[in-house]
Ligand binder design. Structure first.
Ligand code: SF4
Length: 266
């Protein structure tokens, strides 16, 4: 059973858990006070734009049309140039997906697919009041042999040392709850800038149940505990990428710390 403090902040998601663990002050701005992001970081906007292109193309929009439409929504030349650079990786990914779909017997493609579970891990609607954990799968393929491949697109730099299954554990739990007939899961990360797709070894439903579910529930409890003392700031290098940094006194102290100059005694 989840604790009361975990239930208070439900529904949880992967980003909500990591925000709580990183900085309770940021968690409060975003999820408790629900203050609209005063400043959207260019990285976030470019990442969203690239995700949007992939979504459109995988749903059948011609690539050039998707790139042109989404690019036009970026506000500056410099963001458009960075988008163009990442966009050059998309055609080869789309071609790879096409080849892969011709080779494998795909029963269903899932693009930007929303999933949610209640606290007992039964499936519910994404926006339902009883959702305890939820997420949106970037891309999934259900095969006719009851296997499911889940892929998460990432525009950031590759994280060394962190297992793919651990990074995608929440999606694994959601997918296992929603597709109970699946006998094998593959977890993959699409590193867009590096034009690489990294896959885990196949994972059985028993592993999801025995390892991923307890890990996820523990992480949610740790996140709820981290924010239970109130909006304590936890400044660090990530403050430079925090959308709320101009509202946060701790960030100002960190960024504008006065520099002391010492007289040379000699
Ligand atoms: S600026 Fe830093 S300390 Fe302040 S809310 Fe953002 S991440 Fe937390």
């Amino acid at each position: 059973m989840p604790s009361t403090r975990a239930l208070i902040h439900a529904p949880w998601s992967a980003s909500k858990v990591s925000t709580a663990l990183r900085c309770p002050r940021l968690f409060h701005f975003k999820y408790v006070e629900k203050i609209k992001e005063p400043e959207v970081m260019p990285e976030a906007r470019i990442g969203k734009a690239v995700h949007k292109v992939l979504e459109l193309v995988l749903m059948g929009t011609p690539l050039d049309e998707a790139l042109t439409t989404v690019r036009a929504e970026l506000p500056t030349d410099s963001e458009q140039r960075r988008f163009d650079h990442l966009g050059t990786a998309i055609p080869s990914f789309v071609a790879r997906v096409g080849q892969f779909r011709r080779r494998r017997r795909v029963a269903r493609q899932l693009v930007e697919y929303s999933l949610a579970v209640r606290e007992d891990l039964s499936v519910t609607q994404f926006y339902s009041g009883d959702a305890y954990y939820r997420g949106v799968l970037d891309l999934g393929y259900l095969f006719e042999d009851d296997a499911l491949a889940l892929l998460d697109h990432k525009t950031g730099v590759r994280l060394p040392g962190s297992s793919i299954v651990d990074q995608l554990e929440g999606y694994g739990v959601l997918a296992a709850a929603a597709f109970r007939h699946v006998k094998t899961f593959w977890f993959g990360i699409h590193w867009i800038a590096e034009r690489a797709v990294e896959w885990s070894a196949p994972v059985k439903p028993s592993v999801v149940l025995d390892r991923l579910v307890p890990d996820l529930l523990d992480n949610i409890e740790a996140a709820a505990l981290a924010v239970s003392d109130g909006p304590r700031p936890n400044p660090g290098p990530y403050c430079d990428r925090c959308s709320y940094r101009d509202r946060c006194p701790a960030s100002k102290e960190l960024r504008y710390e006065p520099v002391e100059y010492y007289e040379d005694d000699e």
